[in-house]
Design a protein around this ligand. Sequence first.
Ligand code: G4P
Length: 341
Amino acid sequence: MKKQRNIPKKNNKQSNRPAQKQSGRGTRTDARSAKPPVKKAAPKPKKPKNVTRADTPHTQTIQWFPGHMTKTKRQIEKDLRLVDAVAEILDARIPNSSRNPDIATLTAGKPRVILLNKSDMADKRITRDWISALSSETVRVIPVDCKSGRGVEKFVPALTDLLSDKIESYRKKGMLNPTMRVMIVGIPNVGKSTFINRISKKNKAQSADRPGVTRGNQWFTVARGFEMLDTPGVLWPKFDDQTVGERLAFTGAIKDNIMDIELLAIRLLDLLKELKTPEFIERYSLTDDDLTLPSYELLAVIAKHRGMLISGGEADTERAAAAVLDEFRAAKLGRITLEFP
Ligand code: G4P
């Protein structure tokens, strides 16, 4: 159960189901719902009439316009002066694409805890590889599943370890119980609110008489001696590389309604055909021959196996695309990590 706190809450439950064209659809992106990063959505690409998927290129340009990027970055830079450490939340399935490339520069030498969130949906072995690759003297990496709370209990010990020298130096100066402050950063939808709801204690920290604490900034207690800035720093990924946009779209971090979901599902099937997870094969009753088909044909096969047909008995590939994406996002096709260290 999430604790109710005073952090931006989504208005709508996400439904990534592109086939449903009600208001709920694709409305979740946290920054997606609270402060939409999508300033100007590109119109959804239309499939030209009388042209089949076999004739069209299977790529699309995914755009995400970070309207508030500069302002937010400035605010984060300002707030960073008040904290001793940064907690950076990444999606364990796409640790590279779900990170803001400027974070290292922004946090400039601050000790960091990287939380590989949604690790319940990621491949365990690859998560271990990421932990080794990202860990360093000033960076601790912990896999977490904020939805169930698994791994979250390791956060405070990791911080204590990371900041032990600093805590010790304060103690030597006579401050017996120094308070360490932490700031959370992460891209929209990576799980910042879920994490905050998990670890926050009921009472907000009192900020009134503490030097350096900006009026208006709210802090909450994470554990004895640790406080966290209430407003999570929302950063955006970089889209210079189209695979970044694509992977964020696969995992549901970008609204479906700005994309051609059939093209997206076809691209995802390109990967799933290679990975051949037992869950994927069984769920769609696929044969070895099916797995050798071009992905646009495989999508039609999946539609037929699922009984998703339109009048005339043709495969309803749009519905099948929505199903494949939904089921991938719910980890029903296996625990899949799309990026390697
Ligand atoms: P944000 O603040 O960074 O934008 O992300 P937020 O916490 O709102 O989480 C975005 C979605 O990711 C939520 O799903 C949340 O439940 C889910 N989520 C967060 N952490 C984990 C995790 O470790 N594992 C899994 N499987 N999911 C996680 P939602 O569909 O928007 O809402 P709801 O279904 O939880 O109500």
